[in-house]
Design a protein around this ligand. Structure first.
Ligand SMILES: Cc1cc2nc3c(=O)[nH]c(=O)nc-3n(C[C@H](O)[C@H](O)[C@H](O)COP(=O)(O)O)c2cc1C
Length: 195
């Protein structure tokens, strides 16, 4: 089978793995750099690189969990035990989380919208680069992506936005696929004909 056919098979089948199923081992430093290098190779109008990465792993994920819990308790002091544990373990469910941070800003020539789209391309590319290195991944946002207090502890600056938190690790869990859109529901042919 040619490499092209394998790539097509991958694209037809690719899917994320639930974060709860993402376990050790995570990528080595070399593998991580390979994943990040491939992820950054995306269409980017004007070559602005309007995104950056923050890698969260190890002890920092434990202390971030305490921060997430503290913030969640500020908003809801009566948070149930299970919900508190969910906050505490938000970044320790798998081995590694990469924050894809959009640095999109007004520009004389390149619309900000296109810079934002490029960050989305980075996120999908990172999922695929993780798969190519033999790992599973999931693109999450969750409330921490939008809460200014959480952004501050995560190292996201006030003029930036979180495009996604990409959880990366290993799994042998057989993920069921999710429903995918039918082409007939999403495609129209300008001019009204397929040919
Ligand atoms: C920008 C963005 C943010 C997401 N945030 C969440 C989230 O916070 N929680 C969640 O359960 N799924 C979230 N998802 C959906 C997961 O990534 C989901 O597992 C994924 O879309 C499955 O698609 P796939 O199997 O084609 O990769 C998000 C998706 C996107 C594109």
């Amino acid at each position: 089978m040619s490499n092209d056919v394998k790539l097509l098979d991958y694209l037809r089948d690719r899917h994320s793995t639930a974060v709860a199923q993402i376990k050790e081992p995570g990528p080595s430093q070399d593998e991580l750099e390979g994943i990040l290098t491939a992820a950054a190779r995306v269409p980017d109008h004007g070559k602005l690189a309007p995104w950056r990465f923050i890698v969260y792993r190890g002890d920092v994920c434990v202390s971030l969990g305490e921060d997430f819990l503290r913030i969640a308790l500020e908003d809801n002091p009566a948070l149930a035990d299970a919900a508190q544990e969910a906050e505490r373990t938000r970044f320790t469910r798998g081995p590694l989380v990469v924050g894809v941070i959009s640095t999109a800003a007004p520009h004389a020539k390149i619309p900000e919208w296109e810079q934002v789209l490029s960050a989305g391309a980075v996120c999908l590319n990172m999922l695929m680069a993780a798969n190519a290195h033999g790992y599973v991944a999931n693109w999450r946002s969750e409330w921490i992506a939008y809460d200014e207090r959480a952004q501050a502890v995560l190292g996201v600056r006030p003029d930036e936005k979180v495009a996604g938190f990409i959880h990366i690790g290993s799994s042998d869990f057989p993920m069921p696929d999710r429903p995918r859109p039918q082409l007939s529901d999403i495609v129209t042919y300008a001019g009204g004909s397929e040919v």
